[in-house]
Design a protein around this ligand. Structure first.
Ligand code: NAD
Ligand code: UDP
Length: 343
């Protein structure tokens, strides 16, 4: 079976390509390289020993997508392509609605015209807004506090409407908690452009000397040490969840043709616990100072993982030390990301 992977050159998409290739699927990557590097595709080939088909293309070009879906006989889609920076989404909201919402609409239209009716979609725990209870179950009310989150909610609703219109459609909406880590080979990993917004890439840049210190946003939350708590999940576990979701959808065994499921570990770690864990893994001191809370941040966020276990027969296995170790391995082997050969 051939699976189209949009955004397959990006951070999570590249790891997903490896997982699907190693599980025996043929894949076709569609990526416009707006936030990624061609080199990641070569690394996927190096890890798997397999050639991948890649189309440098934009998901907003429907005719081209239809051509690609038909030319490669694609039977399913895993859809990662989109913009993902919360702060940026408040500055250029139209670009977010266009890439994420219009892009997904265009992709769905191309799929409909090509008779491809199965999609896994990258959603986010951000759709839960301020937690009313923890751990977060999939039936927790949804809300969004920024344009990025609203694009995820709109797409989720679009998928539910399409699923309701025709039982042949099959959608797996996967709500990621905080993906971190890298492939254990150190060949592919997260490669943020500019100043990282997220905690783990920022910590890595303090560890390798690119940044002086980490600003810890808030130390007065009602958490065990006052700093924000999140559910960090190893990207390898995360993409194994995609593989399982794909298999469940393809087998027709899901109890509905559109499900939303959390992909997290169920464990929350504070910012200071992350700093300590990374110091252990890297043997480097992570200098930090406390700074005011960041707008829009919640105190705590972690997943209830029961539905994922029941529906997908999947559970995250890698612990925090593995997440930090694999991240550090990737950074040490690629101090300038994909810009230079792996050392
Ligand atoms: P990423 O930026 O590394 O990957 C996205 C890829 O999509 C990039 O390679 C980019 O070039 C490509 N792309 C963007 N717009 C495109 C377009 N219009 N046409 C074709 N390609 C396009 O991001 P990631 O971290 O791998 O995230 C993948 C998905 O997971 C995104 O949808 C993101 O919103 C979602 N997600 C990510 C996180 C996270 O923390 N990384 C958390 C929750 C959800
Ligand atoms: N955080 C921080 N300093 C940073 C980046 C993040 O203290 O430079 C904190 C942030 O306030 C949150 C946690 O780290 O409590 C995870 O933040 P991230 O942006 O990685 O994920 P998200 O907030 O989207 O869950």
């Amino acid at each position: 079976m051939t699976v189209l992977i949009t955004g397959g050159a990006g951070y999570i998409g590249s790891h997903c390509c490896v997982a699907f290739l190693q599980a025996g699927y043929d894949i076709v990557v569609v990526d416009n390289l707006s936030n990624s590097n061609r080199m990641s595709l070569e690394r996927i080939e190096a890890i798997t020993g397999q050639k991948i088909k890649c189309e440098i293309a934009d998901i907003r070009n429907q005719d081209n997508l239809e051509r690609i879906l038909k030319a490669h006989n694609c039977e399913a889609v895993v859809h990662f392509a989109g913009l993902k920076a919360v702060g940026e989404s408040t500055q250029i909201p139209l670009a977010y609605y266009e890439n994420n919402v219009v892009g997904t609409h265009t992709l769905l239209s191309a799929m409909a015209n090509s008779g491809v009716k199965q999609m896994i979609f990258s959603s986010s725990a951000t759709v839960y807004g301020e937690p009313q209870f923890l751990p977060l179950t999939e039936d927790h009310p949804t809300s969004a506090v920024n344009p990025y989150g609203r694009t995820k909610l709109m797409i989720e609703e679009m998928l539910r409407d399409v699923a309701a219109s025709d039982p042949q459609w099959r959608f797996g909406i996967l709500r990621y908690f905080n993906p971190v880590g890298a492939h254990h080979s150190g060949q592919i990993g997260e490669n943020p452009l500019g100043i990282p917004n997220n905690l783990m890439p920022f910590i890595t840049q303090v560890a390798d000397g690119r940044r002086e210190q980490l600003a810890v946003f808030g130390n007065d939350y009602e958490t065990r040490d006052g700093t924000g708590v999140r559910d960090y999940i190893h990207v390898t576990d995360l993409v194994e969840g995609h593989l399982r979701a794909h298999e469940v959808l393809a087998s027709g065994s899901a109890r509905s043709n559109c499900f939303a499921v959390n992909l997290g570990t169920g464990n929350g770690y504070s910012v200071l616990e992350m700093v300590k864990a990374f110091e252990r893994a890297s043997n480097k001191e992570i200098r930090f100072s406390f700074a005011p809370r960041r707008d829009g941040d919640v105190a705590e966020c972690y997943a209830n993982t029961e539905l994922a276990e029941e529906l997908l027969d999947w559970k995250a296995e890698r612990d925090l030390d593995a997440m930090c170790r694999d991240t550090w391995n990737w950074v040490c082997k690629n101090p300038r990301g994909y810009e230079a050969p792996s050392t």
